[in-house]
Design a protein around this ligand. Structure first.
Ligand SMILES: C[S@@+](CC[C@H](N)C(=O)[O-])C[C@H]1O[C@@H](n2cnc3c(N)ncnc32)[C@H](O)[C@@H]1O
Length: 279
C-alpha cells in the first residue's frame, strides 16, 4: 500500500452542518467546493462503489454500460498507441482499462484523495492533480479525451472546460463524457417511488448547493438542459456525433444513490455525449 495513502484526511464537519439550497455558484466557488467534498468523501465513494466500478473496467455510469461493449471512443482494438486524457478520473479505473488496450492514458482529477486511491489500486498510469478548467498540457497533446461523470456535472462553466479539452486534443480527436441525464433534475434524487414524481422545473438552472454555517458552498451540482449541453458542446468547438442514453440492463440490481432498477426502467439516468473536435 502506498505510504501516503495511509495518511488520514482531516475530518471535517462541513457536511454534518451543511444546508441544502438552490443559489448561484461561480467557477471558483464550485471548484473549491468540489475539491473539498471529493477529498472528504473519496474513501466512502471508493468503499461504496469500488467493486461495481472494478479496478480496471471502464464503466460509463450506474447503469453499468462498459466501454468494452459500447466502443464510444472507437473499437477497443483501435485504441492501441493513442494518447488519452481522462478527466475527473477518480481512482483511474477507466484509465487502467485504456492502458490494458495498449493506449497511453493520463488520469487527471481535482481531488488529491481520489488520486491517492488511484495510487492505492496501482498500475502505472500517470496521475495529474489539476482542475478540468485549466489543463496543464500543451496544445494537441492527446488523440482522445474522456470522462465518466468526472468534472462536467460540477463545473459552473462547462464551455471553458470543453475549450480546454479542444485545445489539448489533436484535430479530429474525440471527446466523450457522461453526466447525469438532465431529465433527472426535475425529479427528487431518490431511488424509490418518491423519485418518480416531478418536483422541480427541468428549466430551472439554479445550481444545487450544500453550504456550511458561514454560507460557503461545500458541494455544488450544476444543471444544464439537453439543449444547453448541445449548445455548450458546439460553443466549445466540437460537433456532436451521438447522444447515448443507456437503458437499465436486466442483470443490474444495484442501487447507486438515486439510480435504481425501478427508475432506470422508466426514465434515463445517464447521458453520454460523443463529440469530435472540429478542425
Ligand atoms: C463522480 S466522480 C467520477 C470519478 C470516476 N470517473 C468514476 O467513475 O468513479 C467525479 C470526479 O470528478 C472530479 N472533479 C470534480 N470537479 C472537477 C474539476 N473541476 N476538475 C477535475 N476533476 C473534478 C472529482 O474529484 C471526482 O473524482
Amino acid at each position: 500500500m502506498n505510504q501516503e495513502y495511509e495518511h488520514e484526511v482531516p475530518s471535517d464537519s462541513a457536511e454534518e452542518e451543511a444546508e441544502a439550497t438552490r443559489r448561484d455558484a461561480g467557477d471558483a466557488e464550485s471548484s473549491r467546493a468540489s475539491r473539498g467534498w471529493w477529498d472528504r468523501n473519496a474513501d466512502e465513494y471508493q468503499n461504496d462503489h469500488g467493486s461495481f466500478l472494478g479496478d480496471d473496467r471502464f464503466v460509463w455510469g450506474p447503469e453499468g454500460l462498459e466501454e468494452a461493449e459500447a466502443g464510444l471512443l472507437g473499437p477497443p482494438a483501435s485504441l492501441k498507441g493513442l494518447d488519452v486524457l481522462e478527466i475527473g478520473a477518480g481512482a483511474a479505473q477507466c484509465s487502467r482499462w485504456l492502458a490494458a488496450q495498449g493506449a497511453r492514458p493520463v488520469a487527471l482529477d481535482l481531488s488529491h484523495r481520489q488520486l491517492q486511491h488511484a495510487l492505492r489500486i496501482g498500475g502505472d498510469v500517470p496521475l495529474v492533480e489539476a482542475d478540468a478548467g485549466d489543463l496543464p498540457f500543451k496544445d494537441g497533446s492527446f488523440d482522445l479525451a474522456c470522462s465518466a461523470y468526472g468534472a462536467v456535472p460540477f463545473v459552473a462553466d462547462p464551455v471553458k472546460v470543453f475549450r480546454e479539452v479542444r485545445r489539448v486534443l489533436r484535430p479530429g480527436g474525440r471527446w466523450v463524457f457522461s453526466v447525469t441525464h438532465p431529465i433527472r433534475w426535475a425529479f427528487p434524487d431518490e431511488p424509490g417511488p418518491e423519485g418518480l414524481s416531478i418536483a422541480a422545473s427541468y428549466f430551472d438552472r439554479t445550481p444545487y448547493v450544500e453550504q456550511d454555517e458561514q454560507g460557503r458552498a461545500v458541494y455544488v451540482e450544476h444543471h444544464r438542459t439537453i439543449g444547453d449541453r448541445v449548445r455548450d458542446v458546439v460553443a466549445g468547438g466540437f460537433r456532436l456525433l451521438d447522444l447515448v442514453e443507456p437503458e437499465w440492463p436486466e442483470w443490474n440490481s444495484q442501487e447507486w444513490g438515486g439510480w435504481s432498477p425501478l427508475r432506470g426502467n422508466l426514465i434515463p439516468g445517464t447521458a453520454i455525449f460523443v463529440c469530435e473536435r472540429t478542425e
